[in-house]
Design a protein around this ligand. Structure first.
Ligand code: ADP
Ligand code: MG
Length: 454
């Protein structure tokens, strides 16, 4: 097996086709929702008549309005996102055809693309990305599509598969005693030192390498799922295509397909010890990812790639002309968990559409602090829910009457002295720090850092 090097095409000798640059008003990372069906056990425990907490209100325009409703208390929230795939038994194929397939031609032309499955444990991320032999997920579907394309373009494909566990990178194709070192070279390129890279010419070859490697991923039993993935699993399909300029050079693009570890509410998982530490790391890195997506979608001058190992590795695949898709997976029976997932996804997607200037930056920073505070308060379950779609679809940012409600919610909780102190510290810490430095010191949970959920 050859050693893996993360290479972004250099503009000089590569014929990367020009792609239209995204205007500010279009999200650069698309964020879509995928709701899994109720499982037989869930149908049984709800007396055969389960009601979903997720529905779509309006999908007439380029975006959809997703409505989350707690069937027990009638609390509800609305969020705007890029697309919605409902509970039909097998919506993975539709997601692949409509959202993932359009990314593939770019990869054969030297661009990078990334698909993340994001959501709580048990929400269907692994089902969506890996699938099963009978119902293949996005990973095998993409491999198959890339192999067909290779046949017509004369390209070749290779795969790597690694996991990021507790902020460390491990090769899953080839067992190694140590973690994979992530290094930057002087050109700012990221290298995963020694990561295996296997040529793939057929689906049989892919299945052989991949099915073996999947078994090595770190999983554990938690209170929410019998086999909960404790790491982010990343399949990289690299495609090398002979350059058309006759130089004998190759252009290389890659597709990163990521089954993220589930964000966890430890009040529900009953995690302890190492599970609790894993969970804190998972939630922290998911928050870091959401910060990167937010910065990209909002043209922020600095993208906080270095906040986590995963975002650091993906630095050459996110932003610029690269494309990305976040699939937020939902369990239809879990209202609060769905609110956490969708609010973070909607926050990531939000496009401020602003022109950067020193003066504007003050306003944006302040609003971002409010968003972080609000997300954290909600994750603690300290706020009561309201309907919160603003003018731009963000639950946190607009200054419409609905966002006034959001501010009120913070005020309500701030009545407690402890809450007041924490939120004050949170805001002043954020205000004093440069934008997007890690939030790891802000919320301590018995020595464990967990900014997303407790
Ligand atoms: P996660 O990876 O988010 O923890 P899983 O992918 O393991 O969640 O899914 C949780 C459970 O839901 C699994 O039993 C899986 O088979 C089931 N599931 C998810 N999506 C579907 C679907 N579309 N149809 C049937 N079962 C599904
Ligand atoms: Mg999983």
């Amino acid at each position: 097996m050859a050693s893996y090097q993360m290479n972004t095409p250099k503009s000089g000798n590569l014929s990367t086709p020009a792609r239209p640059t995204c205007p500010n008003s279009i999200s650069k990372v698309r964020v879509i929702i995928r709701v899994r069906p109720f499982l037989p056990s869930e149908i049984f425990s709800r007396n055969g008549n389960p009601l979903s907490c997720v529905s779509v209100l309006d999908d007439s325009s380029q975006e959809v309005t997703v409505h989350l409703k707690d069937q027990d208390t009638s609390r509800n929230e609305c969020y705007k996102l890029d697309n919605f795939f409902g509970q039909e038994d097998y919506n993975v194929n539709q997601i692949f055809q409509r959202e993932v397939s359009p990314l593939i031609p770019g990869v054969c032309h030297g661009c990078n693309a990334t698909v993340f499955a994001y959501g709580a444990t048990g929400s269907g991320k692994t089902y969506t990305m890996q699938g099963s032999e009978e119902l293949p997920g996005v990973m095998p579907l993409a491999m198959s599509s890339i192999l067909s394309m290779c046949r017509s373009t004369g390209s070749t494909a290779e795969i790597s598969y690694y996991e990021v566990y507790m902020d460390r990178c491990y090769d899953l194709l080839e067992l190694k005693p140590k973690e994979i070192a992530v290094m930057d070279d002087k050109d700012g390129q990221i290298h995963l030192k020694g990561l295996a890279r296997v040529p793939v010419n057929s689906m049989a070859e892919f299945s052989e390498a991949f099915s073996c490697a999947v078994q090595r991923r770190k999983v554990a039993h938690t209170g929410l799922n019998d086999v909960s993935s404790r790491s982010h699993g990343v399949l990289v399909i690299s495609v090398s295509t002979p350059s058309k300029n006759g130089s004998g050079d190759f252009i290389t693009g890659k597709l990163n397909l990521i089954d993220l570890a589930g964000n966890e509410d430890n009040r529900r998982t009953c995690n302890e010890g190492i599970r609790l530490q894993e969970s804190a790391k998972i939630n922290q890195s998911l928050f870091a990812l959401s910060n990167v997506v937010y910065a990209l979608n909002n043209n922020q001058p600095r993208v906080p790639y270095r906040e986590s190992k995963l975002t650091r590795i993906l630095q050459d695949s996110l932003g610029g002309t690269n494309r990305a898709l976040m699939v937020a997976c939902l369990n239809p029976g879990e209202y609060q968990e769905s609110v956490h997932t969708v609010s973070l996804a909607a926050r990531s997607r939000h496009v401020a559409n602003f022109v950067y200037s020193a003066q504007r930056r003050d306003t944006t920073d302040k609003i971002d602090m409010e968003a972080k505070l609000q997300a954290w308060l909600e994750s603690k379950g300290k706020t009561k829910s309201n309907k919160k779609v603003g003018a731009l679809g963000s639950p946190f940012f607009s200054r419409t009457p609905s966002s006034v409600k959001s501010t009120k919610k913070v005020d309500t909780w701030q009545r407690s002295a402890k809450a007041k102190a924490v939120s004050k510290q949170w805001i002043s810490d954020l205000a004093e720090r440069p934008q997007n430095v890690p939030d790891s010191n802000l919320v301590q949970n018995g020595g464990l850092v967990d900014p997303v959920m407790k």
